[in-house]
Design a protein around this ligand. Structure first.
Ligand code: C2O
Ligand code: CU
Ligand code: CU
Length: 566
């Protein structure tokens, strides 16, 4: 037996007792201070696990915002790692989005400020440093963002956090033999809600609201209740649906959110469980019993055969229904938000994206490519004119489904494998599971409000191992009406980034006399040189690993970019 199984046996023996569901604290003010920190968490009693969190050892507070708020966020990085924080699902300017270019060095703070423009919905925040996203998310940094608006408050939905509205962050994690969290693992054998394994909670006998996130690194979940009681889906990623949809299951890929009402008015005293019915997941989805489909893909995809959660129905939360609160919500409204999906005919362009595998066919972890390329920090994959209405048509030539996510906007799904989306996918979304084996989805979106000539937005697979290994691209939204009186002398590319220091190049659009300085994380100049070439080799091999700022000075103008040496 490998040590990991010994530990699992040990863990299941000592964790037989149940744990009260953790409910993250809230921050409801428009001044928001988040301190990223390292700490220790006992997922299993007696086993201390090193974790990361915001304002605590694990996860982070739930941020409650209202549309129109001007928020002022300070993210203080007290980790020993460089990282970033991204507001997944929120429509903010690229410089506030927290993608891989907005790095926060250890000991530094980052201060995004923006007006909340989103409709009422559930978003979330998590780190997004290139190649380190899974490490920082799996170690524990993630938090919810609840956005409220006037339309929602007119609906009398349960909206008292922790009383009739409950955060449900579903995750799986893997642990090594000493109880430490595994990164880039397929052995994510522990299921948890809000960081609590074997969780139980009380819900009052009235209409309750669950704000659900699948915050897993890779695993798709099939949300449902043990007694098959129906629930009402009222919202998806970026907003409320037009009317509640009553069902007994909802499939959630990593990164996806759901707004769910459960009518417990006649359930006082009952006990039931929130489950993931992974036995019902079709093949070719991470979490199903068979992860792949098509030529060369079988249950033996490398790295997939040994996880007991694959294809199994497993419990996430044990629920006891207790007395109702004062002034409970007792009815589910029959209509919700009003919105008009963007018409297909209004699109300016269709972009085609294709997923392929760069690894051996049959390797679950790829690496996977988008349009034949792996992510490169210095390559802009698309330039999108501000206010463009675009159709993105995504074809998945790999044997497994990938949850595609895009920053900046919410999209409307036009079709999945040529068929109109089911009612639950007709609202606002920013993650869509693209089926494996030549599956295709098309969505439409408008890229409005925010343009920036230098800072891009990301799109990527939300299976974090895939993202970290390069299944990501980036686009600039630029305003063609703004006059581009840019000084070309200061336009430069750096590559590769990250670099090991050898063969690091700076490329300029034209040759000119320029001064180049390199500063370390403390701002000390560690290199100073000049060139009049249009391509220049900068030898960084003597420098310690870390983040450096490269500044180019031409004609008295300074332009800086950051690089990572590792
Ligand atoms: Cu949830 Cu690009 O991220
Ligand atoms: Cu995002
Ligand atoms: Cu993927």
């Amino acid at each position: 037996m490998r040590p990991i199984y010994l530990l699992l046996l040990l863990l299941s023996a000592i964790s037989y007792g149940q744990n009260q569901l953790n409910i993250p604290a809230t921050i409801e003010t428009s001044t928001i201070d988040l301190t990223l920190q390292e700490g220790a968490t006992q997922f299993y009693s007696g086993v201390s696990t090193n974790t990361m969190g915001a304002n605590g050892a694990l996860l982070g507070p739930t941020l409650i915002m209202t549309k129109g708020d001007n928020v002022n966020i300070t993210v203080n990085n007290q980790l020993t790692d460089t990282t970033t924080i991204h507001w997944h699902g929120m429509h903010v300017a690229p410089e506030n989005d927290g993608g891989p270019h907005s790095i926060i060095l250890p000991g530094e703070t980052w201060n995004p400020q923006f007006t909340v423009m989103d409709k009422a919905g559930l978003n979330w925040y998590h780190p997004h440093l290139h190649m380190q996203t899974d490490r920082h998310v799996s170690k524990g940094i993630a938090g919810l963002i609840i956005v409220r608006d006037a339309e929602e408050s007119g609906l009398n939905l349960p909206s008292t956090y922790g009383v009739d509205e409950f955060p449900i962050v579903m995750q799986t994690k893997g642990f090594d033999a000493s109880g430490q969290i595994l990164v880039h693992t397929e052995l994510d054998t522990s299921a948890m809600v809000n960081g609590t394994v074997d969780a139980f909670t009380d819900f009052p006998a009235q209409v309750i609201r669950l704000r659900v996130l699948n915050g897993s690194s890779q695993r798709v979940m099939e949300f449902g209740f043990s007694d098959n009681r129906p629930f009402s889906l009222i919202g998806t990623d970026g907003g409320l649906l037009s009317a509640p949809l009553t069902n007994t299951r909802y499939r959630m890929a990593p990164g996806q959110r759901a707004d769910i009402l459960v009518d417990l008015t006649t359930s006082l005293g009952q006990n039931f469980q929130l489950m993931s019915y992974a036995s019902e997941l079709p093949n070719a989805i991470y979490g199903a019993s068979q992860p792949g489909m098509g030529a060369g893909a079988t249950s033996s995809l490398v790295g997939y055969t040994s996880n007991p959660l694959n294809g199994a129905d497993y419990q996430l939360l044990d629920i006891n229904v207790t007395s109702p609160t004062v002034g409970p919500v007792l009815v589910i409204p029959s209509t919700l938000a009003s919105f008009t999906p963007i018409a297909e005919a209004s699109a300016n362009i269709t972009r085609s994206l294709t997923f392929t595998s760069a690894g051996a066919m049959g390797d679950l972890e790829g690496p996977f490519l988008i349009n034949g390329s792996s992510f490169d920090m210095e390559t802009i994959n698309y330039n999108i004119p501000l206010d463009n209405i675009e159709i993105w048509s995504i074809t998945n030539q790999t044997p497994i489904a990938h949850p595609f996510h895009i920053h900046d906007i919410q999209f409307f799904i036009l079709d999945i494998n040529g068929n109109p989306p089911p009612p639950e996918l007709q609202g606002y979304n920013d993650v869509i599971l693209v089926p494996g084996g030549m599956g295709n989805i098309r969505f439409i979106a408008k890229f409005d409000d925010f343009a920036n000539d230098t800072i891009p937005f990301m799109y990527h697979c939300h299976m974090l191992t895939h993202e970290d290994m390069g299944m990501m691209g980036q686009f600039l939204v630029t305003d063609p009406s703004a006059s581009l009186e840019e000084d070309n002398l200061n336009v430069f590319k750096l590559y590769p980034n990250p670099t090991n220091g050898d063969n690091f190049k700076i490329e300029f659009s034209e040759s000119e006399e320029r001064e180049i300085t390199v500063q370390d994380g403390q701002g000390r100049v560690v290199k100073n040189t000049s060139t009049s070439l249009d391509q220049f080799n900068l030898d960084l091999s003597g420098l310690a690993n870390g983040v450096y700022t490269i500044t180019v000075i031409a004609n008295g103008n300074h332009t800086s970019k950051r690089i990572i040496k590792q």
